[in-house]
Every structure is written in C-alpha cells, then in structure tokens.
Design a protein around this ligand. Structure first.
Ligand code: UGA
Length: 459
C-alpha cells in the first residue's frame, strides 16, 4: 500500500516506521522541519526502544520518506502551487491511505481536548485527496470528531472516505504494540459500500497482523472513538483503585503490594495495571480522562463519568503524599536538605516528561526549600528544558552525592538493580523512598537504609 502519516510524534513516527517495515511505501509528514530532517536521516528524534533500527533500515530501503509538505503525499515531486500558479497535471496514482496521528492535548485552563491539530491536519490534506483515498484517524479524539471529519471529506473530496482506527500503543513498547497489537478496531462509514472499501483497504494495510490472528472489531465511528477513551479511563481507574487501597493500607498498617499481588491472582481482576505507587502521568491517561469527562458533559451524560473526577483526584494526591512522606523522613522540613531524585520520565523506557509524576514531586520539594538533583537515563534533556529550576546530574552517584534522602520515582531497570551497600557510601543519610514499589525493602533495610513507600508499613 501507499501510505502517508500526518504527525510524526511518539505515535506517528513509530506507525510510519512499522508500516514501512511491513513493506508499505510510506511518507511521513510533520510541520516541524528539525524533526523531519532527523527522521529523513533515519534517526529517531525521541527515545523509543527498537525505533532507531527500524527507522534506519526503512529509510535506507527507500520505502520510508519524510517531508514537511502535505502536497507531496501523493508525489514527492509536486511543485509548490504558490511558485507554479498553472496547475501541473498530476498522474492518477493508486489510492492511498492517509493516517492522522497528530496530538490532542488538554486545552489550556479546561478539561476538554484541543482537537485543532486534527482539524489542521485534515484541512491541509483535503486539497490533495484523490478519489478512492482513505483517511484514517488514529488520534485520541472526543466522540463526534470522526463524523465531522467525514462530512468535511465528503464535501471537499467526494470519492475519498474516512475510517477511525484508534491506537492502543504504550510508549516504551510502541514498536511491539504496533507490530503485534492486542486488537484492531475499525470505525467504518455508515454506507455499506464505503464501509466495505474502507475495510478492504485497512485489511491490506494490516495484512500481516490479521494473518497472525489479531482480533478485529469493526463498528461505527462513535463506538471506535469511545473504545479508546473507555480503555484509557479503565486503565486509569485500575491504577487509582489500587492507589486508593494504598491509602487505606497506610491507615490500617497493611501492605498494598501484598494486597495487589493477592488480588491479581484472581483472573477476573488480573495483576496488570495494578501496580501501586506514584500513579499515572504522561501525555495520554491524565488528559484523556479529563477530555472524556468534558465530552460526556457536552453530551448530557456527565453523571456517568463523575467517578473519573475521583480517579483523577486519587492520582494527583499520590504526588503530594510522596512529598509529605519525604518531608516526614527528613524530620519535618526540607530547608537546607539535599534530595536525590531517580527518574524524570513519566515511566521507564521513555524520554517523555509530559505530566511526569517524578518531575512534579521534584519541583514541589524544590519549592519547599530543598536542593533537588534529578537524574534519568533518557529524559534529562527534555526535563532540563521544561524544569530549568531543578538541578540535574548524569549519573546516579553524582545525583546521590551527600543526599539526605533518595527518591526512586521512575522505575528504570538500572534503578531497580542498584546496590544499596554501594550507594550507601555516597549519600549523607541512608533514606530511600520507593515511589514505584520497585525495590526489595529487606535488602535495603539490611544495608542500613530507612526504606519507605506509599501504602506499606514503616518497617
Ligand atoms: C497509555 C495506554 O496504556 C495505551 O494503551 C494508550 O495507547 C496510550 O496511553 C495512549 O493513549 O496513547 P502510555 O501513556 O504510554 O499508554 O503509558 P502506560 O504504560 O499506560 O502508563 C501510564 C502511567 O501509568 C505511567 O505513569 C505509569 O507509571 C503508570 N502506571 C502504570 C502505574 O502507576 N501503575 C500501573 O500498574 C501501570
């Protein structure tokens, strides 16, 4: 298939590279020319395991190209109409599939999602659509966005169609999740002939995933949009549920990690996304539950989702509770204390710091008077740019030098494997706060550390 991917961020760049690796001919489009230059040179502009190799090989094979110009999606030689006013006849190429993979961040000062990037991507694409082309939305959008987009396509590019195909990939596992998804969801047009055509084109795009037995759910636009919002709302709820249990465990002197372990053995509950700790962050779950509440409110179904307010509140409370615990361990005040923070990314195996719980905690502690030094294996550059008031160090040793407390806030594998005896020689006081329940308390206590974690007994 000939494919274009509009938006080459965490979602689009991986999607483009994976589609090219499957043998499709792919052009990635992004308005950021620095990013496009990097990608065109076969280099990943962000940290994602497996992506550099995939990009390098696909770009070298010639199947994957990048441009800042949407007009070049069909033909890389299409001239700029501003410089060539007489229309140049374009050949009649094979129908293409155009994936929209741009972001839908939270609107400033509101819960609702900002869908302007989706609208802008579509606006830029419309004049270049050919009859038979299929536009495929992958961005997470408020329900109703697809129906509006389909109307716009119908008006401006008759003969082209729209499908909605939500993406469920996790950062840090994005290549695996794209190549071997849990399921595929196609939101198809109401017209049966258009739906058949769209389904056939998507089946060709995902031929290898389907051949491998990936379950496929086909539905209407609204259901496909809601599947994504509902899935992220469920995952957020599961995390906040176990974190609410951590609060109760703390009050009762119980251990939430053992509670989660015991609950997870029930197959109906399952242990995934039941890891208690500092809670969820990132560019998806927090803003998606808020956007979902806002959209339900617009539809008059706000009561159905009021529980998500509590999910959000439990999650945000984790961060302040972590700060309180650190202050308590330091004897009631941060003034004049040195605090080492391990982890800046919102989760391991990512350099994404959007709504990072780790950086939020680090910044709160700094505001309360401590000297805070942060380290991270991949996200330091992004963290420095967003939070210049914090101090940063490359190595764990340097970060923990003379620290009064060490906070593990993002559970990178190398932090899980730290040697407590060795690190004990670097710090001023052996206080470790395990924000992700990633360490073995016994091992740290045996090496002379005070070990504290949310929802676990003091000793
Ligand atoms: C999430 C969803 O998991 C994906 O399915 C979805 O496609 C994506 O959002 C999206 O909407 O694009 P992602 O944001 O990459 O993926 O990260 P997750 O792996 O879901 O983790 C989110 C946060 O929850 C992290 O801060 C993580 O540390 C935290 N978490 C996760 C917990 O605190 N406990 C858990 O048990 C699991």
């Amino acid at each position: 298939m000939r494919i274009s991917v509009l938006g080459c961020g965490y979602l689009g760049a991986v999607h483009a590279a994976c589609m090219a690796a499957l043998g499709h001919r792919v052009v990635g489009v992004d308005t950021d020319d620095v990013k496009v230059k990097e990608l065109a040179a076969g280099r990943a502009p962000f940290y994602e395991p497996g992506l550099p190799e995939l990009l390098r090989d696909s770009v070298a094979s010639g199947r994957l190209t990048f441009t800042t110009q949407v007009r070049q999606v069909h033909d890389p030689d299409t001239p700029d109409p501003a410089q060539h006013p007489t229309p140049t006849p374009t050949p009649d190429p094979d129908p293409m599939v155009h994936f929209i993979c741009v972001g839908t961040p939270q609107r400033q000062g509101e819960y609702a999602a900002d869908t302007s990037y989706v609208e802008a991507a579509l606006t830029s694409l419309l004049p270049h659509l050919h009859p038979g082309d299929l536009v495929v939305g992958k961005s997470t959008v408020p329900v109703g966005t697809a129906a509006r987009a389909a109307d716009r396509i119908h008006e401006a590019a008759p003969g082209a169609a729209l499908a909605w195909n939500p993406e469920f990939l996790r950062e840090g596992h994005a290549v695996h999740d794209t190549q071997s998804p849990d399921r595929l969801v196609y939101g198809l047009p109401a017209d049966p002939a258009a739906a058949d055509r769209a389904r056939a084109m998507l089946n060709e795009v995902y031929a290898s995933q389907l051949a491998a037995g990936t379950p496929l759910v086909t539905c209407d636009y609204a259901t496909s949009e809601l599947v994504k919002s509902a899935a992220n709302a469920f995952l957020s709820t599961k995390i906040s549920f176990i974190n609410a249990m951590a609060e109760v465990c703390e009050a009762a002197g119980a251990d939430v990690t053992l509670l989660a372990d015991a609950m997870g053995h029930d197959e109906r509950i399952g242990s995934k996304f039941l890891r208690p700790g500092l809670g969820f962050g990132g560019g998806c779950l927090p803003k998606d539950i808020r956007a979902f509440m806002a959209r339900a409110g617009e539809l008059g179904a706000d009561q159905a989702l009021t529980f998500l307010r509590e999910v959000d509140a439990i999650n945000m409370r984790r961060r302040s509770r972590m700060v309180d615990l650190a202050r308590e361990v330091l004897g009631g005040s941060f003034l004049g204390r040195r605090v080492a923070v391990l982890g800046a990314a919102f989760k391991p195996d990512s350099d994404d710091i959007r709504d990072s719980p780790a950086l939020n905690v680090a910044a709160q502690i700094r505001l309360q008077g401590a000297d805070v030094v942060v380290t991270d294996p991949a996200a330091l550059e992004n963290a420095r740019r967003a939070w210049p008031q914090l101090q940063y160090a490359e190595s764990v040793q340097e970060t923990c030098e003379s620290a009064d407390a060490v906070l593990l806030l993002t559970e990178w594998q190398q932090y899980r494997e730290l040697d407590p005896a060795l690190l004990g020689r670097t710090v001023r006081s052996r206080h470790i706060l395990d924000g992700r329940n990633a360490l073995d308390p016994r091992r740290w206590r045996e090496a002379g550390w005070t070990y504290r974690a949310l929802g676990r007994p003091r000793s």
